[in-house]
Each structure stands twice: as structure tokens, then as C-alpha cells.
Write a protein that binds this ligand. Sequence first.
Ligand SMILES: C[S@@+](CC[C@H](N)C(=O)[O-])C[C@H]1O[C@@H](n2cnc3c(N)ncnc32)[C@H](O)[C@@H]1O
Length: 329
Amino acid sequence: MGYELINANSFNELESWPETTDPDANWDNGGGVHAIVTDPPYGVIEFMEENVEKMREGSGGVWRIPPELDGNKRNPLPRFTVLTDEDKEMLKEFFRKFGELANKVLRPGGHIFIASTQLLMHLVSEGFDEAGLERRDVLVRETKTLRGGDRPKGAHDHPEYSMVSSMPRVYWEPWLLYRKPFDNKLKENLSEWQTGGLRRESEDRPFTDLLEDGKTGKREREITAAANPEGDDSHPNVKPQSLMRELCHAALPLKEGVILDPFMGSGATVAAADAIGYDAVGIELDESYYQMAEEAIPKFTEISTPIEQRDDIRKTKAAQESTSLTDFN
Ligand SMILES: C[S@@+](CC[C@H](N)C(=O)[O-])C[C@H]1O[C@@H](n2cnc3c(N)ncnc32)[C@H](O)[C@@H]1O
């Protein structure tokens, strides 16, 4: 299958998909998807139309436009501290509803890897818990950002506060790991639905919850900037291929199945799945980001990372190449 991209609101789109009931059916015909790997709008409001317009105009709203550093343009950052109690209620409801839809379209035992932020992940968790999903872990993506760690606002030069920061500097990003519950033993679920476990890095090393060196590279940003139909800004949240390939690899325990990203952005998850030989479906609401993804995905796929050099992935690719040669003959 490769990959399929859909320009839609994922809530409406997933609502229209059939309930997952049949392990032998296709993903779009009742077979469901095997995993969801996604980086959603963390605070929900930052990707609402009005805030996206403000970000594109460079004039704030929920987005802070950081000053250039050493002549390098930096990405806008959403300010989650401005969320009101009402926004937070809406956010919890957004993730509860999304959790219910995930429960519907996933196979039993299918995992959800979902990016979040320290300030709001408890609300995502509350929504997912209420939707009946099973919490499994919080993955730590090492990012070393320049966010946080500032001296008290309005008193930067105050000698008494020179040793004070209002918040820690942010060096990691949380990724919540949830799973759709299943009734059987894991080995039975693996056999029936091909889901429930995580793929190991190798026979000797399991997938671990510490994702080191997770910073987004310059290459990924350049690709999205070049694919932007609205100008030359990169996608504000583009994720690195090495991280996304690591997660996609872990998401399919038997290397079989379809990975869904319902908040696709520039298409980093879809490209990562494709690069390691997996099928994927991406959904994006914003027309410009959808067009960006169409163009960026084949370029992301060409990026080389240490992940696809692993034996396990090399074997998948070799098997696929020999099948396609047989097809050709
Ligand atoms: C954090 S970004 C994802 C970035 C992506 N990981 C990448 O590497 O480019 C979230 C994306 O979700 C999209 N989005 C927000 N609400 C949506 C919805 N209801 N349905 C589909 N996409 C949505 C936004 O337009 C945005 O591009």
C-alpha cells in the first residue's frame, strides 16, 4: 500500500471509519490500524484558524516569535501558560474524544505514541484514561531547547535575582504511551491482531523509554520550508526522522500493519514509516500543511539516519525489494 494522505479534520474523518471488528479485513474496511504515532496540537488552540493566521503573519496570538539567534531564524513557540481554565477544559475534552476515536479505529493491543508537553500532559492523560485507553509509559525525548530558564520578567538585571529562574530550562519532551486494551494473553493477541507488544531494537536490546539526541535537524526544517506553499517558513513543529523512525519501528511488534498519524503536519511520521518499509495513513486539517506534506514526505524519506541501518530494518527492506523484483518478473 505505501502511504495515503487525507486532507480533513481527523475527528470527522475517524468518525466515518468503520468500527474495528475483523483482524483479516483491510484498515479501511473494519480491520483497523495497528498503531497511532502522532504529534497533536498540544494545547489545541494553537492550531485553531485564528492563531495559525497570526503565526503566519508573525504577530503573536498564542505563538511567541523568538528573536533570531546568530542570524538564524527560530521557530515560533506556542505559549501554553496563556491557556485559560476554559481552554484547559476544552483540551481535556478534545483528547477524551480523540481517545474514544482511537479506541474505535485501533486494533485491540494497538499502541498510541503521542507527543505532549510538561505543562499539559496530565490533561491529555485524563482524557485518554476516561476514554478507556491503558496507560503504559511516558517516553523521554531529549531535546535541549532554549525554552525556560529565564530570570524573573521585568527584573532581569536585579542583582538579588541573578541566581533565580522562573522555570527550569526544558531539556526533554514527554511522549505518552497508551494502548487499546485487549482480553487475551499477549501471545494470543499477537497471533490474532499482530499487536499488543513493542518491537525490540534487536534481540539483545528492547525498545527503551529514553530517546536520546532527539533534536530536530536543519535538514528537516529546510525540507518543510522549501515545501511551504505560503512562503519560506518551516512547519513550526517538524519532528526529526531519527526519532520518528525509532517510534514507528517500535510500534509494530511483528513488522506488520498500518500506522496512522491523525495530526500529520508536514508528514514526518508518514515519511518515517515509509522509510523503514511500513504502510501509513496521514490526516491533516490545514490545506497548506497538507500540500507541504505531499511534497516533503518523499524528501524526508531520503534522509539517512542510523535507524534504518539496523539489521531488523535492513531485513524488511531486503524482503520488500526481493518481492517487488519477483512481481516485476
Ligand atoms: C504539532 S503539528 C504536527 C507536526 C508534525 N509532527 C511534523 O513533523 O510536521 C499538529 C498538526 O495537526 C494539525 N491539526 C490540528 N487539528 C487537527 C484536526 N482536527 N485534524 C487534523 N489535523 C489537525 C495542525 O494543522 C498541525 O499541522
